[in-house]
Design a protein around this ligand. Structure first.
Ligand code: 44T
Length: 861
């Protein structure tokens, strides 16, 4: 028996510990029990607190409770999210990650919330971490690919692969440094390449700044790998926030930068250079003192730029920026008045609208026609601070462009020459062998036909970091027709072209109405959707067929004359008029009274206010009773809530899903949505589309390779950059226009996969397809698109001329050499809504297969 006198304290402590243990265990088990009860009653917030308490007190239980804890966290986070309690949401995740620091599912989920709130850099960090924790974690991979596109834009690959451009920059920098510019600042360093060129050329001091966190971190890695981490000082700052001596000790003698976008000024180069001249650069050389040394004066590479432009006719631009149809699937669209895209440069548009969009003119479907000669829009000297300042404050300049070819004035397009120095120039023109984009200023005025001899008046200005070009008037036979003031109904120019006549007629209808004309802004993809007549007509035919069938079944089943309404639900994301088309079919008397008026009760899940207003207006003008079209549970996050029944005891007769995103990928969660839809469908009801078939083909395309990764094994300008930036390679390319992509077709198109949305027993996971090679070459990619089967008779392709959808392609990690006549086996796997494709060459006589992995494809919403 222990001696009570010698060990009294220990025993007391022991007893106290025992008591504490017992109390803690009691608390832990009660908390776990309460957590479970709360879960049962769906009180996730309280359940979460109970779990936190229990698992903090009893870390040993973490493994055991991990699943339920995650479930609770996710449920509670969704609730906080929908309540807008963002800070609370992130606090919960912080606490959860303290408990489970290496739980990749929690880390990934936190990233998803961050991404949805627009914190892309932070989101990327979480997806990256989740992927490091579990490299084969499909959700994290999908998410990482999604952010990789945002974080490291694809042009980085193009620029690093553009040897001509790299070489010219290197030459200009070398010449400047050797000529005496000894201290250099690289503004917007990206991967660090221009700064490294300066160091390599012998500059004594090199500094660099980069505003994107991801790019800054990437540049740090690159500098270390090239042994320059200590000789180039890089800061994670916007150049405008840099100060002397805090960030750099002294003014520098050379600024190098390539902070230019397709519209030249869109990355803010004017402001950056004005700031640099005032605060970071040595004064410019004084030409009265020609002997002033280059190390004591400042200069900029590029030294200046010349902007060129041309007026074009281009159907592809037109159908994205103006409504070209007056009716759609039976709906008269004239009621909605003017529809305009957010890309606008007219004098009265708000500053928030972007003045231009960017395209590669050479890759526009259907091509383009030049209506004028190439003109010079602007010349700018980056070494003259007065000129830079003058540009922002000066009045607009007016240009008169002589029309050299009759046509429809759809847009102005511009490009530029960067004068790196006196000898080295880079051009971003449409004829160049590079992949630069041009800036496109769509002309949205309905008065847009021009004839030879007409003059187009263009105003050039520079406001809010953008170069703005605006067509203000057309001068014909001495008369000036103003273009920007559509709603006031300017004098009409007689049209020569029927297609443009249609647009003008439409606008005429809109402007000549007695009621106040309205204007609605739609995204350019939404405008292209409205211009997609084939799709809407197919839908109209498929839907009216279903309505006829359902009505006749009901007539034969129900003895009384009061027929039950036919419930139609459109859960398209974004804008859609399909529900309204269905409602209108219910009022259509042309079907020989087969469908009773008002029989269709349609629901739209369109959320944006102006979309709803447009649909209401269209309904009214098309004779659809207000009650026949309702907006279904706006702002509901949870899919299951969107898919509720129309009313107790009732099921849907038709559910419309928009399966494919405009970028060319399958919409996320499509299969889950289809499953929910099937459960809520009445007997004889239908999902639109009932089926989608994925088509694809084998191609060789260097362009796709150049856009996906830095190619080859040679160092870039002698620097080791590729392995670092190539971490951001994504296996899928979206927003492709396959009709103009430079590529060799190595096979005929084949069916890759079918998604049967009406059939729940279909196997969605794996499929193998054998494709015969029709032309020998290097298989680099498998572009794919969809045939959307609305029903057994009606279908549309996403690869048609009028498609508002683009195409996508899986790019193989390594090209696969194939010869005519050989067979390639494609294994296609669908994980959630992501497709991955593996290409295997089937060697004759059973030679060993060569396997080239294609990574998964995911939808980017
Ligand atoms: N576009 C290619 C390249 N940055 C856009 O974060 C250009 C395409 C292109 N960092 C036609 C022509 C061309 N301070 O990483 C980015 C960006 C960073 C800054 C610090 C600043 N003031 C800025 C401003 C931008 O610089 C990097 C490059 S800018 C984007 C280049 C021939 N079609």
């Amino acid at each position: 028996m222990p001696n009570a006198n010698t060990r009294p304290k220990r025993t007391r402590r022991h007893r106290r510990t025992q008591r504490e243990d017992a109390a803690r265990n009691e608390l832990v088990s009660r908390s776990l029990e309460s957590a479970q009860q709360c879960l049962f009653s769906q009180d996730y917030g309280t359940a979460f607190v109970h779990y936190l308490l229990a698992l903090n007190l009893a870390p040993a239980l973490r493994d055991f409770a991990n699943e339920s804890f995650r479930f609770t966290l996710f449920k509670w986070a969704d609730e906080l999210d929908s309540l807008g309690r963002i800070q609370d949401l992130f606090d919960c995740y912080e606490q959860a990650m303290e408990l489970f620091p290496v739980d990749e599912v929690i880390v990934n989920s936190m990233g998803e919330h961050l991404f949805r709130m627009g914190f892309r850099d932070e989101a990327a960090g979480h997806f990256y971490k989740a992927l490091k924790l579990r490299p084969d974690f499909p959700e994290a991979k999908e998410n990482f690919y999604r952010v990789a596109n945002w974080l490291v834009e694809r042009w980085h690959f193009l620029m690093l692969n553009d040897h001509g451009r790299n070489h010219k920059y290197q030459l200009a920098i070398k010449k400047a440094v050797e000529g005496g510019c000894s201290s250099v600042l690289d503004i917007g360093t990206g991967t660090g390449i221009l700064g490294m060129c300066a160091k390599m050329a012998g500059a004594a001091e090199v500094y660099a700044c980069e505003l994107s966190k991801t790019m800054y971190e990437l540049a740090c890695e690159v500098l270390s790998a090239n042994g320059m981490a200590n000789s180039i000082k890089i800061v994670h700052l916007k150049s405008l926030d840099m100060e002397i001596p805090k960030d750099i000790p002294n003014r520098v003698s050379l600024v190098v930068t390539e902070t230019v976008d397709a519209g030249l000024f869109g990355e803010g180069i004017i402001e950056s250079l004005i700031h640099a001249w005032k605060h970071l650069l040595l004064p410019p050389p004084n030409f009265r003192e020609p002997l002033s040394s280059p190390s004591q004066t400042g200069r900029v590479i590029p030294a200046g730029a010349t902007v060129f432009g041309v007026a074009v006719q281009c159907r592809e631009i037109r159908r994205h920026h103006r409504l070209c149809v007056s009716s759609l699937g039976g709906l008269d669209l004239s009621a909605v008045g003017q529809i305009y895209s957010p890309v606008s440069c007219s004098a009265d548009t708000e500053d928030s609208t972007e003045p231009y969009t960017t395209e590669r003119l050479s890759r526009l479907r259907g091509g383009y026609l030049q209506l004028t000669q190439t003109f010079t829009a602007l010349n700018i000297d980056f070494n003259n601070v007065q000129e830079l300042e003058g540009l922002c404050s000066r009045e607009v300049t007016q240009l008169r462009l002589c029309v050299t070819r009759e046509g429809i004035l759809d847009a102005l397009a511009i490009w530029f020459q960067l004068h790196l120095d006196q000898d080295n120039h880079l051009s971003t023109g449409p004829q160049e062998d590079t992949c630069w984009e041009q800036a496109i200023y769509p002309v949205q005025s309905p008065f847009n036909t021009v004839k030879c001899g007409d003059e187009i008046l263009v105003e050039v200005s520079c406001k809010d970091s953008y170069l703005r070009l605006c067509c203000v008037a057309i001068v014909r036979d001495g008369h000036t027709f103003h273009m920007d003031n559509v709603t006031k109904g300017p004098s009409k120019i007689p049209n020569a072209n029927p297609e443009s006549e249609l647009c003008s007629a439409l606008a005429g209808l809109q402007t000549n109405q007695e009621k106040p004309s309205r204007a609605f802004m739609l995204e350019s993809t939404e405008i292209a959707l409205l211009n997609n007549t084939a799709y809407h007509n197919s839908f109209q035919r498929a839907m009216s067929k279903l309505l006829v069938t359902l009505t006749s079944t009901r007539r034969s089943q129900e003895s009384n004359t009061e027929l039950d309404p036919i419930y139609v639900l459109d859960v398209s994301e974004g804008f859609s008029v399909l529900s309204l088309m269905a409602a209108q079919l219910g009022f259509d008397s042309s079907e020989d009274n087969q469908i009773s008026p008002g029989l269709v009760q349609a629901y739209s899940s369109v959320e944006k206010e102006h979309h709803q207003t447009m649909l209401r207006l269209l309904a009214k003008e098309n004779g659809v009773l207000e009650s026949a079209l309702e907006f279904w549970l706006s702002h509901v996050e949870d899919d299951s809530a969107v898919f509720q029944r129309p009313s107790i005891e009732k099921l849907w007769s038709a559910i419309i899903l928009d399966c494919i995103e405009t970028c060319g990928l399958i919409r996320q969660k499509l299969l889950e949505k289809a499953m929910l839809a099937r459960c809520l469908l009445e007997d004889g009801g239908q999902i639109f589309p009932e089926r989608i078939v994925i088509h694809g083909m084998l191609v060789e395309s260097d362009t796709l390779l150049l856009e996906s990764a830095v190619q080859g094994t040679e160092p870039t300008l002698g620097f080791n950059i590729a392995p670092f930036i190539n971490q951001f390679t994504v296996p899928v390319h979206m927003f492709l226009d396959l009709s103009t992509l430079e590529c060799t077709h190595l096979s005929e198109p084949v069916e890759l996969f079918t998604l049967d949305l009406m059939n729940n027993t279909a196997n969605y996971t794996d499929k193998e397809v054998k494709v015969q090679v029709s032309t020998s070459g290097n298989l680099t990619a498998i572009p794919f698109w969809y045939q959307i089967h609305l029903d057994s008779e009606q279908s549309v392709s996403t690869f048609s001329e009028d498609s508002h959808w683009k195409q996508a392609a899986v790019v193989l990690q390594q090209p696969l050499a194939v010869s005519r006549g050989e067979w390639v086996r494609l294994s296609i796997r669908l994980h959630k809504s992501s497709i991955s494709i593996t290409a295997v060459k089937e060697e004759w006589l059973g030679a060993e297969d060569v396997i080239r992995e294609a990574e998964p494809v995911t939808s980017d919403s």
